[in-house]
Design a protein around this ligand. Structure first.
Ligand SMILES: *[C@@H]1O[C@H](CO)[C@@H](O)[C@H](O)[C@H]1NC(C)=O
Ligand SMILES: *[C@@H]1O[C@H](CO)[C@@H](O)[C@H](O)[C@H]1NC(C)=O
Length: 134
């Protein structure tokens, strides 16, 4: 079985340099899964966690323990159907079986004791299909 695993991370500090304005670039191979980490060890009771996708900032995740909300949402064209998984302790978001349709910016906002935001810029690369035989 031909396995090509390529997951590279690096961080770029945003132009404005604020700690809350970091952009992390993530490269992921088509068909793989990727987990975007909130960076928290445990969601706090009064945290509101939102994940949005794309330039339209479509809401794809909303978590509020206080309001008992722990949900993923698809975008109108349903490109995330069954692909979004949430880690229940941290609110980290996993996108499974990623395709080029899922490339783009994912924004995290944690509104709690303080406001934290992060942006992940996800790029997806195609597999070398010619090497895969069934
Ligand atoms: C969170 O996940 C753990 C491990 O998968 C599980 O044991 C636990 O019951 C889950 N908690 C909630 C609130 O879903
Ligand atoms: C992954 O996504 C592709 C394209 O949408 C689909 O054809 C394939 O069945 C999916 N694979 C799995 C394991 O879900």
């Amino acid at each position: 079985m031909f396995i090509l695993f390529s997951l590279c991370w690096w961080s770029l500090t945003g132009v404005f340099g604020a700690e809350t304005n970091k952009i992390q670039s993530v490269l992921v191979m088509e068909g793989d899964s990727v987990t975007l980490q909130t960076g928290v060890t445990e969601i706090q009771y009064d945290d509101d966690i939102l994940w949005t996708f794309g330039a339209e900032k479509s809401l794809i995740v909303k978590i509020s323990i206080e309001k008992q909300i722990f949900s993923t949402f698809d975008v109108p064209d349903e490109r995330f159907r069954d692909r979004l998984k949430l880690e229940n302790q941290t609110g980290s978001l996993t996108i499974t079986n990623i395709t080029t349709e899922h490339a783009g910016e994912y924004q995290l906002e944690i509104n709690g004791a303080k406001l934290t935001s992060k942006t992940f810029s996800v790029s997806v690369y195609g597999r070398w299909r010619s090497f895969v035989s069934s």
